[in-house]
Design a protein around this ligand. Structure first.
Ligand code: UD1
Length: 340
């Protein structure tokens, strides 16, 4: 029988790209999303790209009864749990929203998986769990640092919930993927990131500046101890990232996992500064981005990039798209959105 995967947060940025890759890998998917920070446009995009009437359930994962209905109606064996709030700044102002959304939803998913005998879970974690790393590139063995935001704390606590539930009950297995900085869009330009309001993340701000929606990009700090003074991150293409979920699911279905709970960094292994990213975007798309140097943003870490060796060797996954391809795809998506 075909494997079926429940994708919570399936109308979101990473969820929608992952749904496409799952279908293209021959699996069925069920998308679940409460649409508070996402849009049916992404679900339609998934349907258009795959040519399939992918089922969608509008449900809040914090509503256990409603989510239980999804488990009762669909025969998936695995879950990829994306549904969560993810704005660092907002989490500082509204911590209870973040603890409730991010933790309750995961606990409901875990409880329902056990009740319904569904075994495999992939959890979307973040490199934020490493804080400011002591050495670079950062491996999965690096210590987790005290979280600097409620959002970051929910990722750490969620990893712990999963680790403990898997160890205690013996009827689940899971893989936590620690994403670095996901960017880009599907090459069809039918799905991509859909930020609401003023973008908080770098690349959507860059593309909106290029489109004339924003006047000027602020580069938050050029006096960091890095070669050009701006922060360094590991920008991972969202399609590459989506494929990491496919291999993680397959690994568990085929029983190739080495432990019931595993953790992998999902990044390129390449550190790129903010100023470099802006320059590369300009070159790749042959345009200019109006930008200025602004003060540092509170809470930003200086530099982080992944050592993805474990994912490369164990999962047989690696980032394939070049930064230029990714930056062209992201601009194609912005143009598609704006009709330019
Ligand atoms: C943060 C979180 C990450 C989370 C992600 C999703 C941390 C350390 N990282 O990533 O876990 O998954 O948000 O929202 O908490 N920048 C500018 N100008 C802008 C916007 C950003 O210069 O207008 C710079 C930032 O200072 C940073 C880099 O661009 O150096 C990337 O920022 P951003 O895209 O917001 O991602 P992170 O903060 O790295």
């Amino acid at each position: 029988m075909k494997e079926c995967v429940l994708v919570t947060g399936g109308a979101g940025y990473i969820g929608s790209h992952t749904a496409v890759e799952l279908v293209e890998a021959g699996m069925d998917v069920v998308l679940a999303d409460n649409l508070t920070n996402s849009d049916m446009q992404a679900v339609e995009g998934v349907r258009r790209i795959t040519g399939r009437e992918v089922p969608f359930e509008r449900v809040d994962c914090c509503d256990r009864a409603a989510l239980g209905g999804v488990f009762a109606r669909h025969r998936f064996g695995s879950v990829i749990h994306f549904a969560a709030s993810k704005a660092v700044g907002e989490s500082v102002c509204e911590p209870m929203k973040y603890y409730r959304n991010n933790l309750l939803s995961l606990m409901n998913v875990v409880d329902l998986m056990r009740e319904h005998g569904r075994r495999n879970i992939v959890f979307s974690s973040s490199c934020t769990v490493y804080g400011e790393p002591d050495s670079l590139p950062v491996t999965e063995r690096a210590p987790r640092k005290p979280a600097t935001s409620p959002y970051g704390n929910t990722k750490q606590i969620s990893e712990d919930i999963l680790r403990d539930a898997i160890a205690a009950y013996g009827d689940l297995r899971g893989i936590a993927l620690r994403y670095f900085n996901p960017i880009g869009a599907h090459p069809s330009a039918l799905i991509g990131e859909l930020p609401r309001g003023v973008p908080q993340n770098l690349v959507p701000y860059v593309t909106q500046t290029a489109a004339g929606v924003r006047e000027c990009l602020s580069v938050f700090g050029d006096d960091y101890p890095t070669p050009d003074g701006s922060n360094i991150r590991d920008y991972i293409d969202v399609v590459d990232l989506a494929r990491a979920h496919v291999v993680a699911i397959r690994r568990m279905i085929e029983g190739r996992n080495k432990a019931d709970y595993e953790i992998f960094n999902i990044g390129t292994g390449r550190g790129v500064s903010v100023l470099e990213l802006v320059r590369r975007f300009e070159q790749a798309n042959n345009l200019k981005i109006n930008h200025k140097i602004a003060p540092r943003r509170a809470g930003d870490i200086v530099a982080i990039w992944a050592d993805p060796t474990l994912a490369n060797t164990e999962l047989g996954w690696r980032a394939e798209r070049s930064l230029d391809e990714t930056l062209r795809a992201t601009w194609a998506w912005e143009r598609h959105l704006r009709g330019i």
